[in-house]
Design a protein around this ligand. Structure first.
Ligand code: PPS
Length: 347
């Protein structure tokens, strides 16, 4: 057959044209898939952010409301809107890790991670040292914890378990998901609700001398509302007779044994761990060893993570930048050990 330019055009030129089109189509398809993936990753971070802002707003308006946790008690100390902001303060210290948590690409890099309901919860007590304990635990590579207080089992239960799960950070198999909400311990509905979620939930209570706890609670409120009555007048019905007003919430929260009875109706003692708020200050590594044992974790958080700051009188977190765990997050190994001092204000 003779060479024909017409035939050549019919067979060769159209096929290379189709190839070009296919090539462009593939590139566009890949770009679309990538963009959709990024959007999905971004959206998964949105509920957390939304919750934080909504929660703050709710707390602002609740500041003068009765605290349902202690029933009909007199409550002049409901200033829990402070709690999340202190969480943010700690988050600044852990800024690097938090930024990675919120990064949509971290999900892309580790598809085996998912959000899970907490297997362990710090349930109390308010002003016991719960924030410090949670932040110490967040140093552990096998723990993923939400920084803000979800208040799911006391204030947001009607939102449902899916809502609660969405608040949790992603975790991989073998990692424990945790949260802390100190008002759970004194709220009568909470033990049954946690039991309904999972009867195997591990429960941690940070307790502290009830009198210093009450003073800490009161001091925090007075820094916001200087006009409240004196501590003595709120504590005593009759100061000369030494008669204490047990209807005051600051006193009620400190009646640890009374609240414990409710918990023991649902959970065996082995599932509850009482942590000493005092020892979290005097011997944080020792107390952390107990907590890690209770949670069935390796003792990773040890003396080397703490630095005692004599000026503040509190242990501060030591940021071990450059350790193996940091390099696991893709950070450079070089760099000096930084000692980060935590600014703690009373109240
Ligand atoms: N390492 C470390 N650093 C700073 N503070 C520490 C630490 N360990 C325990 N504490 C004590 O924690 C008290 C605050 O308790 P909470 O975090 O449970 O308060 S809150 O319920 O979340 O508002 C707080 O009480 P006050 O300082 O008396 O207010 C501290 O005494």
């Amino acid at each position: 057959m003779e060479y024909s330019p017409i035939l050549h055009n019919l067979h060769v030129v159209p096929s290379s044209h189709v190839k070009n089109k296919l090539f462009v189509f593939c590139i566009m398809l890949s770009l679309w898939v990538y963009m959709i993936y990024c959007c999905v990753g971004y959206c998964s971070t949105v509920p957390n952010l939304t919750y934080r802002s909504v929660n703050r707003h709710e707390n602002d308006s609740e500041i003068d409301n009765q605290d349902s946790s202690v029933g009909a008690s007199r409550d002049l100390l409901n200033n829990e809107n402070d709690l999340d902001s202190r969480g943010d303060e700690w988050d600044e210290i852990r800024g690097e890790a938090k930024a990675l948590d919120d990064n949509a690409m971290s999900g892309f890099l580790n598809e085996s991670e998912s959000k899970k309901l907490p297997q362990a919860i710090i349930i109390g007590v308010k002003k016991g040292g719960t924030r410090a304990l949670l932040e110490f635990l967040r140093l552990h590579p096998d723990i993923r914890a939400v920084g803000a207080e979800p208040h799911f089992f006391d204030r947001n239960y009607d939102k449902g378990l899916e809502w609660y799960r969405e608040l949790m950070p992603k975790s991989s198999e073998g990692q424990l998901t945790m949260e802390k909400t100190p008002s759970y311990y004194v709220t009568k509905e909470v033990p049954a609700r946690i039991y309904t979620m999972s009867k195997d939930t591990k429960l941690i209570v940070v307790v502290r001398d009830p009198v210093t706890r009450a003073i800490s609670d009161y001091t925090q409120t007075r820094s916001k509302k200087p006009d409240i009555p004196s501590f003595e007048s709120l504590t005593f019905k009759n100061i000369s007779a030494g008669l204490i007003d047990t209807t005051w919430s600051a006193v009620q929260i400190g009646m640890y044994a009374k609240h414990l009875e409710r918990w023991l109706q649902y959970f065996p003692t082995e599932q509850l761990l009482f942590v000493s708020g005092e020892r979290l200050i005097s011997d944080p590594a020792g107390e952390m060893a107990r907590v890690q044992d209770f949670l069935g974790l390796r003792r990773v958080v040890t003396e080397k993570h703490f630095h005692f700051n004599p000026a503040k009188g509190f242990p501060a977190l030591r940021d071990l930048r450059g350790t193996a765990s940091r390099t696991a997050w893709g950070k450079p190994k070089a760099g000096p050990i930084l000692i980060l001092t935590q600014r703690w204000s009373r109240g």
